[in-house]
Ligand binder design. Structure first.
Ligand code: ZN
Length: 249
């Protein structure tokens, strides 16, 4: 008898502000971007999906929720500073302990991403009226790019341009080019402690990006990639039979 793997527990976090305050955004995402993303992931086998937003008590990210999340997605823009430092610390510690984190679009300026990167995470941008974006695959065969051709196009997106001030990534999976000629590293991975991190650029609130099948596929693949593997054994003790000594009491 084969044993079923336990589901990957996913929490889609979004500040959920634009959708409440801007009718143009509400028309694209009536229930919020997080619900659009969560609805897609919920239809995918082996994922157990919940959402959390800024205005919930504790931003919906209390101890129990965070400790029972395997992969968290993070979208923020207007309200980065409104996120409580206690919550940021909780998410940060959980990443170090092995939770996967997928940071979307303007989440590049979130407190938790900046803390994990240790850099300014600044970049160039141009929003209205939007540019054509082509995302080119630079790591064919990577699990996050499963089912993606050698490129895909988003007809209208906000331009993000280099230089993007992040530490050199483990992998650069996608490079975008924009109508204005700028380029950007749109899909990058890092490891922090036992946690895997993926930054994925698209997702400006004024465009229907999270309805795009390629964008949703990358996000779904990234969730599976970022799910933690069993944690390593505690460090500090060598193996006596090999003559190693204890390095820490
Ligand atoms: Zn944006």
């Amino acid at each position: 008898m084969t044993k079923l793997a336990p589901p990957i527990r996913v929490t889609v976090w979004s500040e959920f502000q634009h959708e409440k305050n801007n009718p143009k955004v509400a028309a694209i995402y009536p229930d919020g971007m997080h619900e659009t993303i969560a609805a897609h992931l919920s239809g995918s086998e082996g994922l157990c999906v919940a959402t959390a937003t800024l205005d919930e008590p504790g931003h919906g990210l209390g101890d129990e929720r965070v400790n029972n999340t395997d992969v968290m997605l993070w979208w923020g823009h207007l309200a980065h500073e409104a996120v409580d430092d206690v919550v940021v610390e909780r998410v940060h510690q959980r990443v170090l302990a092995g939770m996967g984190l997928i940071v979307l679009h303007s989440g590049h300026f979130s407190k938790v991403f900046k803390k994990l990167m240790g850099t300014t995470c600044n970049l160039k941008w141009r929003d209205e009226p939007g540019d054509r974006e082509i995302l080119w695959v630079t790591r064919p065969g990577h699990p996050i790019l499963r089912g993606i051709d050698d490129h895909f196009v988003l007809p209208q997106e906000e331009m993000y341009g280099e230089y993007f001030d992040v530490p050199e990534p483990l992998e650069t999976l996608l490079i975008s080019s924009f109508g204005g000629g700028e380029v950007f590293r749109s899909g990058m991975t890092w490891a922090r402690g036992a946690g895997k991190i993926f930054y994925f650029r698209p997702g400006h609130e004024l465009y229907p990006t999270y309805h795009d099948r390629n964008v949703l596929r990358v996000i779904e693949n990234a969730v599976r990639w970022a799910a933690p593997t069993p944690p390593p054994k505690p460090v500090g003790y060598g193996r006596r039979e090999l003559g190693w000594t204890e390095s820490r009491k």
